[in-house]
Design a protein around this ligand. Structure first.
Ligand code: NBP
Length: 472
C-alpha cells in the first residue's frame, strides 16, 4: 500500500518549488506538491508538470496522506513567518520520525529554534540552503543541509539525485548539526554579494574611466572568464550584450541603478561582527547596495559636489583591472571561509570546509574555478589560518596585489566609489601588517575610559593616570 505512495512532497509552488519538484520528478521520484493558493497548484500540474510524476494536492492532510512513511516534506515558501505558519499547520497530520526540510533562505537562529521545537515533538528537521536560482532548482542546485543526521540518511539518495553533479560527486553533503546548513547558505550569499559588487565596480570603471561600451565590456568579461569560470561573470557578459526590446538600447543602460536586498548579506555581516571576524569586502558590498537605494539623496548631493577628474590612463590599466578583479574575488572567498571556520567552532557545527567548497563547485551562484583550489587548501589543512597564505593562492597574491593597489589608487583620484575593491585591498594590507596603529587606540581608550592597555615589553594589564580629573 505504502509503495503506491509518493517519495517526497514540495510545499510552495513559486519559482523555486516548481522547478525543484520538476527536477525531482525527472529523476524518477514520485512527488506531491501543494501551494497555499490552490489555483497555482492546479495550473502547475495541468501545464508544466503534466505527465511528470507529480501529483497536485489541495489540503495539507491530502498532501501528508499521499506520502510514504516516514514522510519527507520540503518547504519552499517565503522565509520568515510563512515557514512557522506552514509547520504549525502540518503538525497535526505528522507522525514521530517524519522529516521536514526547510529549503528556503531562513535566518539561522530561526532554524535553531525550529529544530529544537520539532525535536521535542519527535519530528526530524533539516535546515537546508538551496542555491542556483530557477535554473539550478530545475537542472541541479547546490544543496546545503544541516540538522538531524538520521533524517539526512533517509533523504540522502533523493538529495543526491536532485543536486548538480560534478566529477567530485553530487553538490550536496550533510554539513553538520542544528542550523549549519542555513549558516553555510547565508555565508554563500555573503560571498555572492561581494563578487557581484566587485564585478559591478569593475564595470563602473570600464564605463566611466575607460569609456567602454557595454558590448566592448561584454567581450572583455567573456575573455576574463576563461580564468574565473564564474557563473556571476558569465551572466555579466551576457547581460552586457543584451538589448532592451522597447528602446533597442543596451538593457543595462535602461535599468535603474538602485539595488534591493533580502537579508542574507546583512545577516552575514551582523554575525561576523558578533563573532569578532572582519569581512570588509562583503560588508562593503552590503553597504553599497544600501547606498544605491537612496537614489534621490544621491542626486541632490551630486548636484552640489562635482565628480573630480577625467583620467588619462595608459593601455596597461585594463590588465591591472583584470588582476584587481581576480585577486579581490579570491579575497571575497577568503573572508567567507574565515567566517565559516570561526562560526563552526563557536556554534559547534564541525564543518568540513573542504566539503563546503566541493558542494559549491557547481549548481550554486558562486560557482567558479576558485572552488577547486579552495577545496584542496582546506583538505590539506582544515585549520588553515587564511586562504591568502595557502600554497594554492600565495603566488597569485604576490603577483596581483600590486595591480589591485594600482587600480584602487588611480580610481580614487577619479572620485568613483569602489568600496569592495578598496576594502579587499585594506583587508589584505591589514592582515599582512606586522604593525598597526592600535597601540594609539589602546592609549586613547585608557585615557578617556580607564580601559587599561597591554605593553610590548612585559605581560600584564596597565593603566596610566592621564589626567587629574579632580582639577579639570
Ligand atoms: P517566495 O520567497 O517568493 O515565496 C512564495 C511562496 O511562499 C508561495 O508559494 C506562497 O504561497 C508561499 N507563502 C507565503 Br508568501 N506565505 C505563506 C504562508 N503563510 N503559508 C503558506 N505559504 C506561504 O518563493 P521563491 O522565490 O520560490 O523562494 C522560496 C524560498 O527559496 C525562499 O526562502 C527564498 O528566499 C529561497 N530561495 C529563492 C531563490 C530564488 O532565486 N528565487 C534562490 C534560492 C533560495 P502563495 O502562492 O499562496 O502566495
Amino acid at each position: 500500500m505504502d509503495q503506491q505512495k509518493n517519495d517526497i512532497a514540495v510545499i510552495g509552488m513559486a519559482v523555486m518549488g516548481q522547478n525543484l519538484a520538476l527536477n525531482m520528478g525527472s529523476k524518477g521520484l514520485k512527488v506531491s506538491v501543494y501551494n497555499r493558493t490552490s489555483e497555482k497548484t492546479k495550473r502547475f500540474v495541468e501545464e508544466r508538470a503534466k505527465n511528470k510524476n507529480i501529483q497536485g494536492t489541495y489540503s495539507l492532510e491530502e498532501l501528508v496522506n499521499s506520502l510514504k512513511t516516514p514522510r519527507k516534506i520540503i518547504l519552499m515558501v517565503k522565509a520568515g513567518k510563512p515557514v512557522d505558519d506552514v509547520i504549525e499547520e502540518l503538525l497535526p497530520y505528522l507522525n514521530k520520525e517524519d522529516i521536514i526540510i526547510d529549503g528556503g533562505n531562513s535566518y539561522y537562529k530561526d532554524t535553531d529554534r525550529r529544530y529544537e521545537e520539532l525535536h521535542k515533538k519527535g519530528i526530524r528537521f533539516l535546515g537546508t540552503g538551496i542555491s542556483g536560482g530557477e535554473y539550478g532548482a530545475l537542472h541541479g542546485p547546490s544543496i546545503m543541509p544541516g540538522g538531524d543526521e538520521s533524517a539526512y540518511e533517509e533523504v540522502k539518495n533523493i538529495l543526491e539525485a536532485t543536486a548538480a553533479q560534478t566529477e567530485d560527486g553530487p553538490c550536496v553533503t550533510y554539513l553538520g548539526p542544528k542550523s549549519s546548513g542555513h549558516y553555510v547558505k547565508m555565508v554563500h550569499n555573503g560571498i555572492e554579494y561581494a563578487i557581484m559588487e566587485l564585478i559591478a565596480e569593475t564595470y563602473d570603471i570600464m564605463r566611466k574611466v575607460l569609456k567602454m561600451t557595454p558590448q566592448d565590456m561584454s567581450k572583455v568579461f567573456k575573455e576574463w572568464n576563461e580564468d574565473h569560470k564564474s557563473y556571476l561573470m558569465e551572466i555579466t557578459y551576457k547581460i552586457l550584450e543584451w538589448k532592451d526590446e522597447e528602446t533597442g538600447q543596451p538593457i543595462v543602460d535602461v535599468i535603474l541603478d538602485s539595488a534591493k536586498q533580502k537579508g542574507t548579506g546583512k545577516w552575514s555581516v551582523q554575525d561576523a561582527l558578533d563573532l569578532n571576524i572582519s569581512i570588509p569586502t562583503i560588508n562593503a558590498a552590503v553597504n553599497a547596495r544600501t547606498l544605491s537605494s537612496i537614489k534621490d539623496e544621491r542626486i541632490r548631493i551630486g548636484e552640489i559636489y562635482e565628480t573630480p577628474t577625467e583620467m588619462n590612463l595608459d593601455e596597461s590599466f585594463i590588465n591591472s583591472l583584470r588582476d584587481a578583479l581576480y585577486i579581490s574575488t579570491i579575497i571575497a572567498y577568503a573572508e567567507g571561509m574565515k567566517l565559516l571556520q570561526v562560526a563552526s567552532k563557536e556554534y559547534g557545527y564541525n564543518l568540513d570546509l573542504s566539503e563546503v567548497a566541493r558542494i559549491w563547485e557547481d549548481g550554486c551562484i558562486i560557482r567558479s574555478t576558485f572552488l577547486k583550489p579552495i577545496q584542496r587548501a582546506f583538505k590539506k589543512d582544515p585549520n588553515l589560518v587564511n586562504l591568502i597564505i595557502s600554497d594554492e593562492f600565495k603566488s597569485d597574491f604576490k603577483k596581483k596585489i600590486p595591480n589591485l593597489r594600482e587600480v584602487v589608487s588611480q580610481i580614487k583620484k577619479a572620485g568613483i566609489p569602489i568600496p569592495s575593491l578598496s576594502s579587499a585591498l585594506d583587508y589584505f594590507d591589514g592582515l599582512s601588517s606586522k604593525e598597526l596603529p592600535a597601540n594609539l587606540i589602546q592609549a586613547q581608550r585608557d585615557y578617556f575610559g580607564a580601559h587599561t592597555y597591554e605593553r610590548r615589553d612585559k605581560e600584564g594589564i596597565f593603566h596610566t593616570e592621564w589626567q587629574d580629573i579632580h582639577n579639570i
